[in-house]
Design a protein around this ligand. Structure first.
Ligand code: COA
Length: 300
C-alpha cells in the first residue's frame, strides 16, 4: 500500500514491521505509551526472551509530519479452529494519540488495514474492551467461555517453575517446547511457535511466574492462581499429557481458559467474565456448537 496523503497527514502501512527503521519504531513506541502505559517496556521484556514485536506485525500508521498519531497492527496468527489448521489475521494495539482522538483516524487506519487483510485472509479477529470501534467494519462479538475442571490433580507429579528471564536453560526448554507443541484444543487453539505466547506473557509480566515444567510428561503448564482458584492458560507439549498430570493440586476450583476438549472433555463451560474482554470476529468464522475459550496467552 505504501503511503497515501490526506489533508493533514499520511497513512503508511502494508510493509512488515521489520522494514521500519529504529527511529520510526521509537516514535511509534512513544505513541503506544500515550495509550497503553507500559506497553513499550513489555515489548522490551519480550525482546529479552527473543520474541520481537516488529518481526510479527504489519503496522498501519497515520503520520502527521514525523509524528505517528494512530496505529493499527496486523498479525498473522496460525490457529487450529474447528479441527482445521488455518491462519487468521489479528488486529492489535489499536490506538490514537489522546489529543487526536475523535477525528475518525482509527476508523480510517482500520479501514486501510482491513483492505490489506481482505486481500490475504478470510478471517480476522481481536480481543477488546471497546467493541464499538469495530462494529462498522463488520466485526461481531463471538461468545467465549471458561471451563470448570472436572479432573483431580495428581499430587505426586513433580513440577518446577521456569524462570526464562534468569535461566538460559529454562528459556531454551520453553522455546523448544513451544516450537514443537501440539495444539491444546481442536475447537480453538493457537499454533504459534512461541512468539504470541511469550509476548503475551511478557506484556502480562508473567514470564517468570506462569510456566511450570512437568518433566515426567515433557510438558509445560501455564497457570495463574487467584485466591483459591487456578486459571489454566495453556498446556504446551509435543504430546498432550493427562490433565491430572498438569493440574496443580490444592485449589478449590480450577478453570481452563481455553476449550479443554483434548484434556478434560467433561469440564463445564460457563461464559467468560466480562473483565476478560470481548472476542470480535470478521469473515467466515465456522459455525460450531462447541464453546470456545481464548487463553490470555493466545490473545491480541
Ligand atoms: C479507541 C481509540 C483507538 C479510538 O480512536 P479514534 O481515532 O478517536 O477513533 P475514531 O474517531 O476513528 O472513531 C472510530 C469509531 O469508534 C468509536 N469510538 C471511538 N472511541 C470510542 C470509545 N472510547 N468508546 C466507544 N466508541 C468509541 C467512534 O464513535 C467511531 O465510531 P464509527 O466509526 O462507527 O463512527 C482511542 O480512543 C484510543 O487510543 N484509546 C485508548 C486505547 C484503546 O483503548 N484502544 C482500543 C483497544 S482494542
Amino acid at each position: 500500500m505504501g503511503s497515501m496523503t490526506r489533508a493533514r497527514g499520511r497513512l503508511v502501512g502494508g510493509a512488515p514491521g521489520t522494514a521500519w527503521g529504529v527511529d520510526r519504531w521509537r516514535r511509534v513506541r512513544d505513541l503506544f505509551e500515550t495509550s497503553f502505559s507500559g506497553l513499550p517496556a513489555g515489548i522490551d521484556r519480550a525482546a529479552a526472551v527473543g520474541m520481537h514485536w516488529a518481526e510479527m506485525t504489519t503496522p498501519f500508521v497515520w503520520f502527521e509530519g514525523q509524528d505517528p498519531v494512530c496505529h493499527v497492527g496486523v498479525l498473522e496468527h496460525p490457529v487450529l479452529l474447528a479441527g482445521k489448521r488455518t491462519t487468521i489475521a489479528g488486529i492489535h494495539a489499536v490506538c490514537t494519540r489522546p489529543d487526536r482522538r475523535g477525528h475518525g483516524l482509527a476508523r480510517r487506519v482500520l479501514g486501510a488495514a482491513l483492505e490489506w487483510i481482505d486481500a490475504r485472509h478470510a478471517l480476522t479477529k481481536l480481543h477488546t474492551d471497546v467493541p464499538a470501534i469495530y462494529s462498522r467494519h463488520g466485526f461481531r462479538a463471538h461468545p467465549t467461555f471458561r471451563f470448570r475442571a472436572r479432573v483431580a490433580a495428581d499430587a505426586a507429579v513433580e513440577r518446577r517453575l521456569l524462570c526464562p528471564t534468569e535461566s538460559a536453560d529454562d528459556l531454551a526448554l520453553l522455546t523448544r517446547t513451544l516450537a514443537r507443541r501440539a495444539p491444546a484444543s481442536d475447537v480453538f487453539a493457537t499454533r504459534d511457535p512461541g512468539w504470541l505466547t511469550l509476548i503475551d506473557a511478557a506484556l502480562r509480566r508473567e514470564l517468570d511466574t506462569t510456566f511450570w515444567h512437568v518433566p515426567a510428561h515433557a510438558a509445560i503448564v501455564a497457570y495463574r492462581t487467584t485466591g483459591e482458584a487456578i486459571h489454566l492458560h495453556d498446556v504446551i507439549a509435543p504430546t498432550l499429557p493427562a490433565a491430572s498430570a498438569v493440574l496443580p493440586p490444592g485449589a478449590t476450583a480450577a478453570w481452563w481458559t481455553f476449550a479443554p476438549d483434548r484434556l478434560d472433555p467433561a469440564a463445564e463451560p460457563e461464559p467468560s467474565p466480562p473483565e476478560d474482554g470481548v472476542l470480535l470476529v470478521r469473515g467466515d468464522w465456522p459455525e460450531t456448537s462447541s464453546p470456545i475459550g481464548v487463553s490470555p496467552l493466545w490473545e491480541h
